[in-house]
Design a protein around this ligand. Structure first.
Ligand code: NAP
Length: 254
């Protein structure tokens, strides 16, 4: 199979490329706006280089993302895919894009719908928050002795686990929207913040807070969680331990 990974230089896309290349059965192309080894250059915003990047591929794993132009870049990809004879398009979305009223989530949901209506063979996988995002949320302001955190939970997932699922989906038949993919544990923001503080050697007092507003309500109601899909195997604690040991964390990006 010939597989194009958009966003293959990013967090998740990098893990997908590593996973697919380890199997050595398939030809894996990486799309990037920048020149680099084993990279096909192209820009989904301008469309430059996209037709040739998509030409001849059987599957596109679409991990590229653009906060402000998420749907537009998907439309560019769809157009190129039509010209290229209709490869299988696999899109990565986020659990709760239709429940949490964030602008980025709305555009991800709209993109899911555009892909589903494209007439092309598609698969859509929604994942919960990646470990790195959750760590970044709670590593901020690390000099402060007190850290306010929202009074709700996360289900962090490791990009290597999501990449494994995506690689399986890429080698299978188009399946439309598939079951959500969540991390192995649901932990309160306070527990996660505590773990980040301990891993950084800066213990802090964690103060859970409720915040008014519909976004907070949606998170507090678990709109971003997939309790029935604790599919990932790599826990947040293991991720943090690996971060502290650079010898182990070979998948870490730039
Ligand atoms: N972070 C999370 O917690 C989370 C959770 C669930 C789902 N997701 C979804 O997972 C996907 C991957 O997220 P990520 O955090 O791995 O992303 P990331 O690390 O920020 O990587 C973004 C990628 O998009 C590419 N890109 C951006 N604009 C582009 C353009 N105009 N043309 C071509 N490529 C472009 C970049 O490639 P170059 O810079 O090399 O061009 C880069 O490789 C996203 O769809 C995201 O919504 C994320």
């Amino acid at each position: 199979m010939r597989i194009l990974v958009t966003g293959g230089t990013g967090q998740l896309g990098g893990a997908v490329v590593a996973r697919l290349r380890a199997a050595e059965d398939d030809e894996v192309r990486v799309l990037s706006r920048r020149a680099g080894p084993d990279v096909v250059r192209g820009d989904l915003r301008t469309g430059r280089g996209i037709d040739s990047a998509v030409s001849g591929v059987d599957v596109v794993v679409h991990c590229a993302t653009d906060f402000r132009h998420e749907t537009a870049i998907a439309r560019t990809l769809i157009e190129a895919a039509r010209w290229a004879g209709g490869p299988h398009l696999l899109y990565v979305s986020i659990v709760g894009v239709d429940r949490v009223p964030l602008g980025y989530y709305r555009t991800k949901h709209e993109t899911e719908q555009v892909l589903a209506a494209s007439g092309l063979p598609v698969t859509i996988l929604r994942a919960t928050q990646f470990h790195a995002l959750v760590r970044t949320l709670f590593a901020g302001a690390s000099r402060l002795p007190v850290l306010p955190v929202p009074r709700f939970s996360f289900q962090p997932v490791d990009v290597r686990d999501v990449a494994e699922r995506l690689a399986d989906l890429a080698l299978g038949d188009p399946a439309g929207r598939v079951d959500d993919f969540g991390g192995p544990e649901i932990l309160s923001a306070a527990e996660l913040a505590q773990a980040v503080a301990e891993a950084s050697g800066r213990p802090r007092r964690i103060v859970p807070l409720s915040v008014p507003g519909e976004i907070f309500r949606a998170y507090a109601g678990g709109g971003h969680l997939a309790p029935d899909h604790r599919d990932g195997k790599i826990t947040f604690a293991r991720y943090l331990a690996e971060l502290a040991d650079p010898g182990v964390l070979r998948y870490r990006k730039r």
